[in-house]
Design a protein around this ligand. Structure first.
Ligand SMILES: Cc1ncc(COP(=O)(O)O)c(C=O)c1O
Length: 432
């Protein structure tokens, strides 16, 4: 193996005070090896690894607390308490004013299908909805099917293929007196772009258009604030932010109260339970609570004053801020390293002064090596990346890459190291 590529400047990493070794100690999976070869989990946008807080919460749930909810005996009472705590923790993570606005469900896709069906009761043929070319299909297909069922007109918001961003003027031009709902993307699972959702929601609200925000790829990297955004609904998935496989929806209280959910008759009509149909994944919710407790632990490690200062929301802000700054340095190393490899094309924001507008999810193509082949060759070296469209069907089509097999996706999280990024870069360099 020859080092054809100049070594990137990573001195900034050494200057960071981020407690990367302590962080990695929390994630047992990071030290798993196969035939002595360490794993590198750059499949982050498809699901993150989980810290011990999640594993402990989940196994404790099964050992000590396991029951259905609503009973008079010990485990049922404790279960109700855990579920309540999970709602409260999620309200703090998303900046919700009340835990009653937090709905747990199987995953983001199922929650989006559920809400879109209920919103459909308010729509009629000829009404218009706005969808985007940047969204994951989970925030496209439910609305397309609703449009098919009700005879709605779909207006598409494109993204600029040079800047990988939306243009506000395009959004404004799509809104008419018939527009009812816009389903928009906070952070792209392919391009990594973080969209100016606050401005978009402001424009939509001025025109009395409801906004449904997919924040699945934002929440692992930034602290969302539903009240500041001014959106109507926002969804995310715990397995993308270090928790178990499960989805979470935030909805404005007035919508969650006035809309009609599809529910069984004996289920409570109170918020948020009227939206949480059937028995929830109690162990999953315990694990999601654990993921948020992990972030609180991280705050304690990076905060000058030590743990337990401020309220939970401000501790979460401290943790996410430290993680973001660390990730940005790694992302820069990755982008600069990729840019230095002949034949590699990056699809997304690369300018150093614009990195604040992206999550560290980087998509590339490699000249002469199809995306699946790149992923297979990296997998052979125990470096995990994704290839294809990862359900970002609209993105791939808009870029005209469907026949080329999509793109290779490399996703970083705050538990990755500069050495892992370097290992990936060397492998990609050796492909060309
Ligand atoms: C941006 C985005 N939205 C939605 C989803 C779907 O989430 P879930 O698997 O929870 O349905 C994903 C999953 O990859 C995603 O990346």
């Amino acid at each position: 193996m020859t080092a054809r590529r100049a070594q990137p400047q990573i001195t900034e990493i050494a200057d960071l005070t981020f407690p990367i070794d302590l962080v990695r100690d929390q994630f047992a999976s990071l030290s798993v090896t196969d035939d002595g070869i360490p794993r590198v989990y750059f499949d982050t946008p498809a699901g993150t690894q989980v810290p011990r807080h999640v594993i402990d919460r989940t196994s404790r749930y099964f050992v000590e607390q396991n029951a259905n909810s609503g009973g008079y005996f010990r485990t049922a009472i404790v279960t109700d308490g855990v579920l309540e705590q999970a709602h409260e923790a999620m309200a703090d993570l998303l900046g919700a004013s009340s835990a009653a606005e937090i709905v747990f469900g199987q995953n983001m896709t199922s929650l989006t299908f559920a809400v879109s069906r209920s919103l459909g009761h308010q729509l009629s043929a000829g009404d218009e909805i706005i969808l985007t070319r940047m969204d994951h299909d989970a925030n496209v297909a439910p609305w397309l099917l609703l449009a098919r069922d009700l005879g709605l007109t779909v207006r598409w918001l494109p993204f600029d293929k040079e800047t990988f961003r939306f243009k506000m003027a395009d959004l404004e031009s799509l809104i008419s007196s018939k527009t009812r709902i816009a389903a928009i993307n906070y952070a792209s699972n392919a391009l990594g772009t973080i969209n100016d959702v606050k401005s978009m929601c402001g424009t939509l609200a001025d025109a009395e258009v409801l906004s449904y925000v997919d924040a699945v790829q934002l929440v692992p990297h930034r602290l969302a604030d539903v009240q500041d955004l001014g959106c109507d609904f926002l969804s995310c998935s715990a397995y993308k932010f270090f928790g178990p496989h499960q989805g979470i929806l935030w909805g404005r209280r007035e919508h969650l109260k006035s809309l009609n959910p599809y529910k069984v008759r004996p289920a409570s009509n109170d918020l948020p339970h009227r939206w949480e149909t059937g028995t929830l994944s109690h162990e999953g919710m315990a694990g999601t609570l654990g993921a948020i407790e992990y972030l609180e632990w991280l705050a304690g490690e990076v905060e000058a004053d030590g743990p337990n200062t401020g309220d939970r929301r401000s501790r979460l802000a401290v943790a996410m801020d430290a993680a973001e700054r660390y990730e940005r340095v790694l992302c820069r190393q990755l982008l600069d390293g990729l840019a230095a490899i002949a034949g590699v094309k990056i699809y997304g924001i690369t300018a150093h002064d614009e990195l604040v507008d992206r999550v560290p999810t980087v998509c590339i193509t490699v000249d002469g090596v199809p995306p699946d082949e790149v992923a297979k060759r990296l997998a052979a070296a125990n470096v995990f990346v994704w290839s294809g469209d990862y359900y970002a069907v609209e993105v791939i089509q808009h870029l005209g890459l469907q026949d080329a097999g999509g793109m290779v996706r490399i996703g970083l999280a705050h538990y990755h190291t500069s050495a892992e990024v370097e290992r990936l870069l060397t492998l990609i360099d050796d492909l060309t």
